[in-house]
Design a protein around this ligand. Structure first.
Ligand code: CP
Ligand code: NVA
Length: 314
């Protein structure tokens, strides 16, 4: 199954879910599920034997780094962790030079960084598939894993209501794009001054028009949570926004996923968080640890989803 699907994806970049059709997103999720099954059954799957993936990080990471490194190893290949503290990018080497040099040596590049343009430049100047492991604008590998997790718990995507409570950030953007591609109703509740970017909302709206999903931006978290199948949140201050943390704490004070908010959702609603979480800020301890929370299934599925991305693209 994976070899047949691979023909369709081989050599492509994974920079945003906007570049993929609903059918392709479904095929990637199916591949993740199949790789998860094989791993659990102890069936080896050395699809990337002899292949290498460069992993550039200019921001911290636990889940993304470990899932890609472990994932490529399980696929029979090798991952190279390239922190900007060590490679010449950190001393100012141009991204277009890094792209061409790495392309002569590795079979794919994953990058987590600040500027989205750097990921686009890496793809433009390099000649191997580039995977976006998070920028200030988007976090598509997270959302592919989230879609896998949602389908596991809810059976399908079409028509589900996902309420995202908090900052209109990279995760919110990718949820808007990915969720509307597959027919979900995405409601974002963010305080004034922190909505998702207009151009992302416009893309999501266009996706929703095709898929039968919808997009709503609200300021009242309780409006968003009403009847939701999924409640999702993320930190109030993302990586790179450390100096804004105090201002943001005040602005987001009413935007906490807690037991009271959860009461407005469907009785069988699930709670998701990309992690890392700040207990007592965007989510309470009792909800994070409670029966609705699927955050650790979600974290595990990063491994399976990232393996699918690598297995299909590289
Ligand atoms: N959710 C996520 O991307 O986690 P890391 O920052 O630990 O990679
Ligand atoms: N929005 C968060 C996500 C971390 C995985 C950040 O960018 O820091």
């Amino acid at each position: 199954m994976i070899q047949e699907v691979k023909e369709r994806f081989h050599g492509k970049h994974f920079i945003t879910l906007q570049d993929y059709s609903p059918e392709e997103i479904s095929l990637m999720a199916d591949t993740a599920q199949e790789l998860k099954r094989q791993l659990r059954a102890g069936i080896p799957h050395p699809i990337l034997q002899g292949k290498t993936l460069g992993l550039i990080f200019t921001k911290s990471s636990t889940r993304t780094r470990v899932s890609f490194e472990v994932g490529i190893y399980q696929l029979g290949g090798h991952g190279l962790f390239l922190s900007d503290r060590d490679i010449q990018i950190g001393r100012g080497e141009a991204i277009q030079d890094t792209a061409r040099v790495l392309s002569r040596m590795v079979d794919g590049i994953m990058i987590r960084t600040f500027r989205h343009q750097d990921v686009l430049d890496l793809a433009r100047f390099g000649s191997v598939p580039v995977i976006n492991g998070l920028t200030d604008s988007l976090h598509p590998t997270q959302v592919l894993a989230d879609l896998v997790t949602i389908r596991e718990h809810k059976g399908s995507w079409q028509g589900l209501k996902l309420a995202y409570i908090g900052d209109g950030n990279n995760v919110a953007h990718s949820l808007l794009i990915g969720g509307t591609k597959v027919g979900m109703h995405i409601v974002i509740a963010s305080p004034q001054g922190y909505p998702p970017a207009q151009e992302v909302v416009a893309l999501a709206q266009a996706n929703a028009n095709v898929s039968g999903g919808s997009v709503h931006l609200v300021t009242d978290p309780f409006d968003a949570a009403a009847g939701a199948d999924i409640i999702y949140t993320d930190v109030w201050a993302s990586m790179g926004q450390e100096t804004e943390a105090n201002t943001r704490q005040k602005a987001f004070a009413g935007y906490q996923v807690n037991a009271e908010l959860l009461q407005h959702a469907q009785a069988e609603a699930v709670v998701m968080h990309c992690l890392p979480a700040h207990r007592g800020e965007e989510i309470t301890e009792d909800v994070l640890e409670g029966p609705h929370s699927i955050v650790f299934d979600q974290a595990e599925n990063r491994l399976h989803a990232h393996k699918a991305i690598m297995a299909l693209l590289i």
